[in-house]
Every structure is written in structure tokens, then in C-alpha cells.
Ligand binder design. Structure first.
Ligand SMILES: Cc1cc2nc3c(=O)[nH]c(=O)nc-3n(C[C@H](O)[C@H](O)[C@H](O)COP(=O)(O)OP(=O)(O)OC[C@H]3O[C@@H](n4cnc5c(N)ncnc54)[C@H](O)[C@@H]3O)c2cc1C
Length: 437
């Protein structure tokens, strides 16, 4: 289907665009035709996922490719636990799609609304000191390059391109399918506790290494961290899920409901934020349950916000968070959203925020009706002093020259971009800023 574009906007409402044309290719051949036609007309092309990036990375002023008709399982290698998915498959579809094979994703982030191609292209990750982000599980993919070629990239074909293509920012081609190394389905035992912030910071490194999946939230204006420690159990362990009512009370009423109240009131009455934050940290985060891994990893986010997230060497996390805390106190800002702290193992994808180093993540948020720039820029300065790398799908203010200095393989990636997209068919203003022209 081809249509003149209506206005597209991202989830965080930080980006809007009216594409010159929207196409919904339903096959790899249709993607090839769309790219080739656009190249002939001198137009830029961009595949869009679920629009959950906060940056302009998915903005398509020229031809926007919607891959909603490219979803589902294409092939399964049951012996090796590998599943080939059409690029537009949403993560929330995976539990049903993988269940017949007894498989699951090894790790997941906080939500499951993203597409598999969109999530991996920006380096989406969850937490776990010995686990990598989603893109580390890619063993093969097929893409249409900027010259219209359908290219398979795998451990045996064009393997030299794999470290670039697994996490390619949408700059190397339109991915039509992705093969993921899955793991046998498993349960997670979740333990969520409010704990003193200082003690949590002191134990962060040790707990990130020892637990399967450790993370914590810190509500600014409080001295409390809400810790989440998830332990992997086999699929036949006993499930102790949260009841539907308990889940609704915790996740919808308390978590989302309190945020909505604090955020909406806090924009006009900033003084209300600190007492509400203290209330929120008292009411949330003291529970134990055991459930299928996607039901534990994933939460429902209904209050809109904007986010910036930085990866820094893991050992720098306690100091960096203390600096952010004193920044907020010094500036007197009222910050209604908690700061999320996670970790990931080192990996070898060239533009991964965890490339070559065990990483810790610090994510700051602001309600979408508040201007985040002053806060985010000041936090970015702290993160840059710790050799930070910003999440490609979350807000930041860096450009190509500045990013080159923190990615040892930056120029290797550009060489692959020169090869696969010599005319910059897949460029947009964000990619030109972060990768260069
Ligand atoms: C509420 C919320 C919670 C989040 N939680 C997390 C989290 O826990 N961890 C984390 O790391 N991130 C998180 N994110 C960020 C999010 O995972 C990433 O921004 C992700 O890239 C969004 O996926 P998407 O499908 O919406 O892709 P989009 O944002 O639509 O696109 C992202 C990029 O992928 C490219 N792309 C999409 N499809 C293709 C394709 N077929 N071929 C080539 N390129 C393609 C686009 O062109 C663009 O460059 C969160 C975002 C939100 C809004």
C-alpha cells in the first residue's frame, strides 16, 4: 500500500514528521522495490518500528516504510533454539510465537511494544551483569542495502558485517528478517524491596555481578532505592504470579497512577514533587512473585515521558549517581520521575553502548510536558566525564565527532555504511548528526 503520509509522531511526543510517502511492503521483494524506486527518485527511505525511540532516529521525511505486514515467525531451528522473525514483529508477540517451541528471549527491557528490528537497531537492553542487550542475540539477518541488494549477514555469510549490522541504527539498510538465538523458556523469581540508597550504591557492583538481573530505581528527593532482583528458574519451577488485582494495584494504580498525578500536578506546582516522591517510594516496591520471564521483565508504561540514558563503565556508576543526586539538590529542580540504574555485560557490536566494557546504565526521565533540556544536558556532562555513551534511541545532545571518541570501532562502522549505503539513502537529520554526512 502506498499513501501520502499523515503526520507521524513518536511515543514520547518529542518528534513529528509528515513523510512525503508511506509504504507498507509485505515481502522482502516489495522492500527492495520500495528502496530501488526511492533511490531512482533521489528520495530518502526510513523503516519505522513502533516509534518508541525518543530521538529522531526513526524520523522519515521522505519515504517511510511501515513494516506492520512483515510480522511473525519465518523459520525455526529447534535443535539450536534459533528463530527467524520478520522484522516488524513486535516483542509483545513473542511469548505466543515462541511458546510452541518452548523458547524465550534471553533478556528483555522494561517494555515490549517495540519491533524486533527497531529494538535491536538502537541497542535496546534490559539489566543483568552477565547478559548483553537484545542485539547480542542476533545470529543472522537479511537486509536490503542502499543499492537495493538483498544481503544475508550471518556467522557464515558476510560475517565481517555482523558486528555492524546487528546494531545498525537503521543506517545500513532495511532489515527484513532477524534470526535470534533464543533460550529455553524460564521463570523469574522477582524480589522487589525499598532499601537505603547509600547502601544500595555501595553494593551495586557486587549485586550486579552476583544476581542474574539486578536493577534499582531512585526517586529524587528521597534517600530510598527500590531494588529489583530477578533470579532465573527452570520452566518447571513453581509459579507464584501476582494476582490480577495485586498487579493492577501495584502497576496501574500506584506506579502509573501516582506518576500521572505527580507529573500533572508537579508541572504547575513543583513544590508538590518531593512529598509525592516520598509517598511513591513508600507505596511501591515491596513484593515477591515468580512468573514466566516476559511477565516479570516487562511492565506497562502509561504515563508519557522523555528519557536520556547513558552507559558508563560499570565501576563508575556509584560515583556518577551521587554526582547526579548532588546536581539535583544544588539546582533545586523538582524531578518527578525516578532514575533507573541497570547493568549489562561487555559485547562486541561496534556501536553497542556496552561495546568492549562491562557497563552500568543510568537513565533520567522527565514528564513529556516538561522541557527536559536543562536537566538532561547537566546529567550528560556528568556522564561524559565518565566516558559515557548515550542510548541511540533516547535523547542526548552528542554529535559524530564527540561520539567517535567513545566508540573505538566508530570508523569501522562508517566504512560499512559507505559500503552498504554509499548514497546515504537511509540518512535522516538525526543520523547525519550522530554519524556524520
Ligand atoms: C516507554 C519506553 C520504555 C523503554 N524501555 C527501554 C528499555 O527498557 N531498554 C532500552 O534499551 N530501551 C528502552 N526504550 C527505548 C526503545 O527500546 C528503543 O528506542 C527502540 O529502538 C524502539 O523500538 P521501535 O520498534 O519503536 O523502533 P523505532 O523507534 O520506530 O525505530 C528505531 C530505529 O530502528 C530503525 N528500524 C526500525 N525498523 C527497521 C528495519 N526493519 N530495518 C532497519 N532499521 C529499522 C529505525 O529506522 C530507527 O533507526 C524504551 C522506550 C519507551 C518509549
Amino acid at each position: 500500500m502506498t499513501a501520502t503520509g499523515a503526520t507521524w509522531q513518536n511515543w514520547g511526543r518529542s518528534e513529528q514528521v509528515r513523510p512525503a510517502r508511506v509504504e507498507r511492503p509485505a515481502s522482502a521483494a516489495a522492500v527492495q522495490r520500495a528502496v530501488t524506486a526511492a533511490v531512482k527518485q533521489g528520495m530518502h527511505v526510513k523503516a519505522v518500528g513502533a516509534g518508541h525511540s525518543f530521538t529522531g532516529i526513526a524520523v522519515a521525511p521522505g519515504v517511510q516504510l511501515e513494516l506492520g505486514d512483515l510480522r511473525g515467525v519465518i523459520a525455526v531451528d529447534e535443535d539450536r533454539g534459533r528463530v527467524t522473525l520478520a522484522a516488524g514483529t513486535n516483542l509483545y508477540q513473542l511469548p505466543d510465537l515462541l511458546r510452541p517451541y518452548g523458547l524465550a528471549l534471553e533478556n528483555m527491557g522494561d517494555i515490549d511494544r517495540q519491533t524486533i528490528a527497531g529494538a535491536t537497531s538502537t541497542g535496546t537492553h534490559g539489566t543483568g551483569g552477565t547478559f548483553g542487550g537484545l542485539a547480542t542475540q542476533i545470529v543472522a539477518l537479511t537486509l536490503v542495502s542502499g543499492t537495493g541488494e538483498l544481503l544475508t549477514i550471518s556467522e557464515t555469510e558476510n560475517a565481517d558485517l555482523l558486528p555492524a549490522a546487528r546494531l545498525g541504527l537503521g543506517a545500513l539498510g532495511v532489515i527484513v528478517d532477524i534470526t535470534i538465538q533464543c533460550v529455553p523458556a524460564f521463570l523469574l523469581e522477582a524480589v522487589e524491596r525499598p532499601e537505603p540508597l547509600e547502601a544500595t550504591l555501595d553494593s551495586y557492583l557486587e549485586r550486579s555481578a552476583a544476581a542474574d538481573h539486578f536493577e534499582f530505581y531512585w526517586f529524587p528527593h528521597t534517600e530510598t532505592a527500590l531494588t529489583k532482583t530477578n533470579t532465573r528458574l527452570s520452566a518447571d519451577a513453581e509459579r507464584k504470579p501476582l494476582g490480577a488485582v495485586g498487579r493492577w494495584v501495584d502497576d496501574e494504580l500506584l506506579a502509573n497512577g501516582i506518576y500521572r498525578g505527580v507529573c500533572a500536578t508537579g508541572t504547575v506546582m513543583p513544590a508538590i514533587v518531593p512529598p509525592f516522591s516520598r509517598l511513591a517510594q513508600r507505596l511501591t516496591g515491596n513484593r515477591d512473585f515468580t512468573d514466566h520471564s516476559p511477565r516479570v521483565f516487562v511492565t506497562n508504561r502509561t504515563v508519557r515521558f522523555r528519557e536520556m540514558e547513558y552507559a558508563i563503565p560499570r565501576e563508575a556508576v556509584p560515583a556518577a549517581l551521587r554526582e547526579v543526586k548532588s546536581l539535583i539538590e544544588r539546582r533545586g529542580w523538582r524531578i518527578s520521575f525516578p532514575i533507573e540504574v541497570r547493568s549489562a555485560a561487555a559485547d562486541d557490536n561496534w556501536l553497542s553502548t556496552a561495546q568492549g566494557r562491562a557497563s552500568g546504565y543510568i537513565a533520567v526521565h522527565r514528564y513529556f510536558r516538561e522541557n527536559p533540556e536543562e536537566y538532561f544536558r547537566a546529567v550528560e556532562e556528568i556522564m561524559m566525564a565518565h566516558d559515557g555513551r548515550p542510548h541511540w534511541g533516547k535523547m542526548h545532545y552528542r554529535d559524530a565527532d564527540s561520539l567517535r571518541s567513545v566508540y573505538p570501532h566508530f570508523d569501522d562502522f562508517i566504512a560499512v555504511r559507505d559500503r552498504l549505503d554509499p548514497e546515504r539513502t537511509f540518512a535522516n537529520p538525526y543520523l547525519t548528526r550522530v554519524l556524520g554526512a
